[in-house]
Design a protein around this ligand. Structure first.
Ligand code: ATP
Length: 242
């Protein structure tokens, strides 16, 4: 097992956002956590990546194991550079006054595997040709979809082989959404990158992932293969528009 979240309870001050959730991700899988606004999806990703207090979530019970070892004592940079987990956050958080190329380069600062870095640039530009075309352009002038691509590219440039994606479909026009998910599928199938995807667009997420979990106000209420969830009457009613 690559990632095991065990009975995780998380609070922001007095608000308990996660009430004891458990789920897992195996190497090479695409797993999705679906759920409505405020269900606790971002909190889950931020707890795995150890986003620091005061804004960050605080674990009050449970554990997160990566390859069998607890990661709760790690610093955020250790999660990225030692575990090779890359987060493409919601809202992108790219550096708008830097070019596409500079944003990607910045993500490599802690690496010294130059030949692999070169391969990763090629990979990112092959997956997202738009980023190559716009590599000299300031990132703030990219479209929302292109910025989303850059956020994924930047996570890859840290040397990640496990990607945590926070709503990559958010605000994307259908064509860009298609391009994004085609690229992510290729990353999983050809490069063996494991993906944990959180999404409000349940249909899209379940069509893309192997397995999924449904998160509802801080609790996992359903789980199964994507096919099982797509055919589940409760999921259909609550998340797939009937
Ligand atoms: P969305 O899809 O709207 O981003 P989400 O499923 O990602 O929602 P979270 O952002 O994880 O949900 O929020 C879960 C709960 O925790 C919500 O009730 C939210 O108000 C609360 N919460 C999130 N971040 C903070 C914070 N920094 N301080 C206090 N409460 C927070």
């Amino acid at each position: 097992m690559l990632l095991e979240v065990q009975n995780l309870k998380v609070k922001y001050g007095s608000i308990e956002a996660l009430h004891g959730i458990s789920f897992n991700v195996k190497e090479g899988e695409i797993v999705t956590l679906i759920g409505a606004n405020g269900a606790g999806k971002t909190t889950t990703l931020h707890t795995i990546t150890r986003v620091p207090p005061p804004e960050g979530p605080k674990v009050c019970e449970g554990d997160i194991l990566f390859k069998g070892k607890s990661i709760l004592n790690l610093e955020p940079h250790e999660v990225v550079h030692k575990l090779h987990i890359g987060l493409a956050p919601e809202g992108r958080h790219i550096f708008g006054n830097l070019t596409v190329e500079e944003n990607l380069k910045l993500a490599t600062y802690a690496r010294n595997d130059d030949s692999k870095i070169k391969e990763d640039y090629k990979l990112v530009y092959r997956l997202f040709p738009r980023l190559y075309e716009r590599r000299k352009q300031r990132s703030e002038s990219l479209s929302g979809g292109e910025q989303q691509m850059l956020a994924v590219g930047r996570a890859l440039m840290t040397g990640a082989n496990f990607l945590l994606l926070d709503e990559p479909s958010m605000g994307l026009a259908p064509l860009l959404m298609y391009e994004m998910f085609r690229a992510l599928k290729e990353l999983n199938q050809k490069e063996g990158i494991t993906i944990l995807l959180i999404e409000q667009n349940a249909l899209l997420a379940l069509q893309f992932a192997h397995r999924g979990y449904v998160l509802d106000t801080g609790e996992i209420v359903l789980s199964g293969t994507s096919e099982e969830l797509l055919n589940n009457p409760e999921v259909k009613k609550a998340y797939l528009g009937g």
